[in-house]
Design a protein around this ligand. Structure first.
Ligand code: C5P
Length: 215
């Protein structure tokens, strides 16, 4: 998959913000807010794995599906469902799937004008040279509550217990895999959002990015 927009902002420097962490910790909201505040492009890398997982559920070979991914695949409106999240974390443990998605993510990360990427391995594998690395986390109970509210809000019939179980299973798979497991980069700043509302979490992330961007 190629990124047409890579380098089009010519003359502006590359600046990467890598935001990693477990499911439903607040990465997406923080990433979008940082991108908007600084005028950076944003890539939710989970969508790459979700789109590949979706294709696997459709009956395709996941490695072939990852190699054939095009940007439009990330726009599908059926990627944010529990079965697709589960399929995503299964295909994400296949090294050939991850390898097929590396170049696109690296090009996006170093595009001119700045980029925010959120995922599981951005600061550790995709962009170890990122200018800012954040590891966003929260307790299991708080993350499950947020995901439960989000899924209920979009009309999904789920129970809190199922959401909590799914989230723990997915985190265990993501942290336990051999290739690019979920873990904080050694030089990442940890942002625990268990006790923080979203405004406070965004404010802390923005302050860190502002400090590094000005340096
Ligand atoms: O972030 P999101 O919940 O959309 O990610 C779905 C799944 O994709 C994760 O559970 C994980 O298995 C995988 N993923 C990954 N590496 C990334 C982003 C997502 O392995 N950088």
């Amino acid at each position: 998959m190629s990124d047409d927009r890579t380098g089009t902002a010519g003359g502006t420097r590359a600046f990467t913000v890598a935001i990693d962490g477990p499911a439903a910790a607040g990465k997406g909201t923080i990433s979008r807010a940082v991108a908007e505040r600084f005028g950076f492009a944003h890539l939710d890398t989970g969508l790459l794995y979700r789109a590949t997982g979706r294709r696997m559920l459709d009956g395709l070979d996941p490695i072939e599906a990852a190699r054939a991914l095009v940007p439009e695949d990330l726009q599908r409106d059926d990627l944010r469902t529990p079965p697709v999240a589960d399929a995503a974390s299964k295909v994400a443990a296949i090294p050939e799937v991850r390898a097929a998605l590396v170049d696109f993510q690296r090009a996006f990360a170093r595009r001119a004008g700045g980029a925010v990427l959120d995922g599981r391995d951005i600061g550790t594998v995709i962009c170890p040279e990122a200018e800012v690395k954040l590891y966003v986390t929260a307790s299991d109970a708080v993350r499950a509550r947020r995901r439960f509210d989000e899924l209920r809000g979009t009309g999904h019939e789920v129970t809190y217990e199922t959401v909590l179980d799914d989230l723990r299973a997915r985190d265990a798979r993501d942290s336990g895999r051999a290739d690019a497991p979920l873990k904080p980069a050694e030089d990442a700043v940890t942002l625990d959002t268990t006790e923080l509302d979203i405004e406070a979490a965004v404010a802390q992330a923005v302050a860190l990015v502002a400090e590094r961007h000005a340096a």
